[in-house]
Design a binder for this molecule. Sequence first.
Ligand code: PLP
Length: 385
Amino acid sequence: MKLFDVYPLNNITISRALGSYVWDDQGNQYLDMYGGHAVISIGHTHPHWVQRIEDQLKQIAFYSNSVIIPLQQQLADKLGKLSGKTDYELFLCNSGAEANENALKLASFHTGRKKIVAFRKSFHGRTSLAVAATDNPAIVAPVNETDNIVFLPFNDTASLQKYFEEHGASVAAVITEGIQGVGGINVASDDFLQTIRQLCNQYGSVFIADSVQCGYGRTGKFFAHDHAGVDADIYSMAKGMGNGFPIGGILIAPHIRPKHGMLGTTFGGNHLACAAALAVLEVIEQESLIQKAAVNGAYMIEQLKSIPEIRNIRGRGWMIGFDVPDEIKDLKKVLLSEYKTFTGEAKPNVIRLLPSLALNKEQVDNFLHRLREAIKFIQTDNPSS
Ligand SMILES: Cc1ncc(COP(=O)(O)O)c(C=O)c1O
């Protein structure tokens, strides 16, 4: 049987990983500035995370949500403590799309309304409503198309205000990333997020902060939206939450009330996933990884600004993007093949840096060296590039 061919693959087989490095089956070591797509939060195969999963596996890996699973409450308590959202409630699921799907559904249940405001260049996942709220027609199947979603320009408070003045009473939710990831590292302005908060208050709509990529400490605060000093009504989370163990969830403000059967899942919140997620939060706390992400990410941004060949350096913490001009368009490819460095990308010409929050200053300097060398390599017109 063949694999369904939906991924353009690098011809590399990763067989081992530790911290911010991975190794292929030929023994080559790579610096991982991509974090397996913003998933690796505390570092690959962190010993505490491995130990906690191993210990849990020997006790019980899974039982359904028909019984009490104390690890879920422990996770909720720890999440409340680290995020500061102590009065929010937690619903657990398995992925980012599922988290957003549940957030949107919950907003609609809560308000009794149907309209969702999303923004240009947004990405919210591939399930039915999450993909409909994603600004990429190529991944929206005919069956996912719906008039219930409206796309407004990102960071444009005037058009948001105008939309609310005309249609506010029918808006169930506004959903936005704090920093757009797939869209190319576009930082939501404080003013924009504050306006969303104010309009949602005024019209009784639900503010959904998609924190699947930009959350969990990646930007130097627990949620990227925290930089604007606003609280959303629902935060969706996944990626960094399990450091590679599949888990997602939503944090729900206390005015949104649950009902039995309203949401549900077979696998969400299972013992093993909760153990992995608890290990992640314990390491984030013990190793001060959110503070480290803020400091080392800011240092990286400053240093990148001194490289004239790359443009428009932007982001926060470990969510950084820059434009790659045409003259060095093969930069990502060369970084990987010649300098054994994984980076992320956003179409058409953006390199995204999404490493583990534990990436240290020495590794930042090491990456900057590789980047400068890769640019030189391309500029010397090497035939293999
Ligand atoms: C902002 C954002 N939301 C949602 C998702 C979907 O997450 P998942 O792939 O876990 O379904 C992603 C994935 O890249 C994302 O970046």
